[in-house]
Write a protein that binds this ligand. Structure first.
Ligand code: HEM
Length: 502
């Protein structure tokens, strides 16, 4: 009887034991890595990616692999986040674990090995440096202390455009807005103003351009060790070294100028004055060196000029392409401005539709579509997937800000969507994150916002904007230049008409 029952008992109990065993094995097994395309040995997926259209390539991959997927960039593990929900997971719930920045050669070299804020790893030095700069350089008090500089420079630009308008000429807004942004940054940071056509100005612009290009340049040795010779062969190391030396010389000249006891002091302290004063302040928890100061100056140049200029060009482009919005926003601006010849920062606070238009520009045409890459500081789990330490993290804000689950008619330029909405870009609403979020959120938001507002409000107040002869609005495109900041590829050239009653 027992021998007859034994096979039956075994048949019934073995599957139960088997299931129990599998379940326990699973519990011990680590969660999987996020899904992603298969790569080749050593180079991984590098050969498939094109730096100039990266955010769109990553968007297509997210449609196939989901809102969190992985890539293998050479030997570097990388994940890409493409939904507001997962952006919140990474930038808020796991903020600490994703507060690092990947160490990449051009950034390291130009930032004096991370002696600054943008590219420094997450550590005690970064925390202190960021605290000091937020309190003394990016504070609202400091930003408003530069208001007369902004006002003067915007007025100068309006004068130049009036000149074009009275001679019925075409205004290259791209050139003017890039120049305005760098003039403002140069004055508030270094206390220098270059004359429009001078050789010092073109030296400065050359340095700044090359800095931006190098920041966006791909060094293969960052992803595959022992391939430094390829970068050398391409001349990249020499270029980087040259730009570093020239920028270092430039910063040193500015510092020496500020330390000259015979220097005539401007009314307001510029950023170099503030940093030098902090250097002498023994109460700080870190000893500021000249390299730290130069690193911060590089941050302000690299993070502050092109971003603001590119956004103002995108706003004017979107308005010219959408005459309905242009008409409505100009009506609002002109109602408040009345017969004044210039709108100041207080007037702009009374312009809800205008402010919504700026948000809508930053939603569709943000200058940094993949933000600034982060790096995981330790292993963690996101959405059930295992993210190893030292994984590079791209947050694809370009896709997130077009997510059809969140945004109605996402491709439409429609500022009205913000009128009855509390959604803002200050890092609390993860469907709109042009400035990032969390510990490493952009500390220049206020400075960027007041500059953008002043420039755009006055361009819209002072002039009617028409297309040059023979051009229709369909000819104006949204093509972008490759680079760390997304600039409009084809310059925006328009005809300004001065309003008769101003
Ligand atoms: C429209 C203009 C701007 C945009 C869209 C922008 C966007 C960003 C983004 C996306 C980040 C990375 C945030 C993250 O990792 O979560 C960032 C970081 C940063 N930005 Fe901006 N930015 C702008 C203007 C400025 C200005 C005017 C300044 C200063 C003059 C500035 C200074 C910085 C600095 C210092 C960081 C590094 C923060 C850190 O790593 O702790 N930015 N910015």
């Amino acid at each position: 009887m027992v021998t007859m029952l034994l096979p039956l008992v075994l048949c019934l109990t073995l599957p139960v034991f088997f299931l129990f065993f599998i379940q326990h094995l699973r519990a011990f097994k680590k969660p999987p890595l996020p899904p992603g395309p298969k790569g080749l040995p050593i180079i991984g997926n590098l050969h498939k990616l094109d730096n100039s259209i990266l955010c769109m390539q990553l968007w297509h991959l997210s449609k196939k692999y989901g809102p969190i997927f992985s890539l293998q960039l050479g030997l570097r593990k990388t994940i890409v986040i493409s939904s507001p929900k997962l952006a919140k997971e990474v930038l808020k719930n796991h903020d600490l674990e994703f507060s690092g920045r990947p160490k990449l050669l051009p950034q390291q070299k130009l930032s004096y090995n991370g002696s600054e804020i943008v590219f420094s790893p997450y550590n005690e030095y970064w925390r202190e440096m960021r605290k000091i700069c937020v309190a003394h350089i990016f504070s609202s008090k400091r930003v408003s202390s530069f208001s007369s500089i902004r006002k003067f420079e915007v007025k100068q630009m309006i004068k130049t455009i009036s000149g074009h308008a009275s001679s019925s000429g075409v205004t290259n807004l791209s050139e003017l807005l890039i120049s305005l942004s760098s003039t403002i940054i140069c004055r508030v940071a270094f206390g220098r103003r270059y004359e429009d056509e001078g050789s010092e100005r073109s030296r400065f612009h050359g340095l700044l351009n090359e800095l931006q290009v190098l920041m966006g340049t791909f060094f293969i040795s960052d992803f595959i060790p022992f391939t430094g010779w390829i970068d050398k062969l391409k001349g990249l190391h020499a270029r980087l070294e040259r730009n570093f030396k020239e920028l270092d010389k430039f910063y040193q000249e500015v510092i020496d100028e500020h330390m000259d006891p015979n220097r005539q002091h401007a009314e307001e302290q510029d950023m170099v004055d503030v940093l030098l004063q902090l250097k002498n302040d023994r109460s700080l928890s870190i000893d500021l060196t000249y390299d730290h100061i130069k690193g911060v100056l590089m941050n302000i140049l690299a993070a502050g000029t092109d971003t603001t200029a590119a956004t103002s060009v995108w706003a004017m482009t979107a308005l010219v392409k959408n005459p309905r919005v242009m008409k409505k926003v100009q009506e609002e601006v002109r109602n408040v401005g009345g017969t004044k010849d210039f709108l100041d920062e207080d007037d702009i606070q009374k312009l809800p539709y205008f402010k919504a238009m700026i948000k809508e520009t930053l939603r569709l045409h943000l200058p940094g579509p993949l933000l600034v890459p982060r790096e995981s500081t330790e292993e963690c789990i996101v959405d059930g997937y295992r993210i190893p330490a030292k994984t590079i993290v791209y947050v694809n804000a370009w896709v997130i800000q077009r997510d059809p689950e969140v945004w109605k008619n996402p491709e439409e330029f429609c500022p009205e969507r913000f009128l009855d909405s509390a959604i803002d870009y200050r890092g609390q609403d993860f469907e709109l994150i042009p400035f990032g979020a969390g510990r490493r959120i952009c500390p220049g938001i206020l400075m960027a916002a007041v500059t953008l507002e002043l420039v755009l409000a006055n361009l819209l107040h002072s002039f009617d904007w028409e297309l040059p002869q023979g051009i229709v609005k369909e000819d104006i495109d949204f093509e972008v230049l490759p680079g760390i900041t997304q600039h409009k590829k084809n310059h925006l050239c328009l005809c300004a008409k001065t309003r008769s009653h101003i």
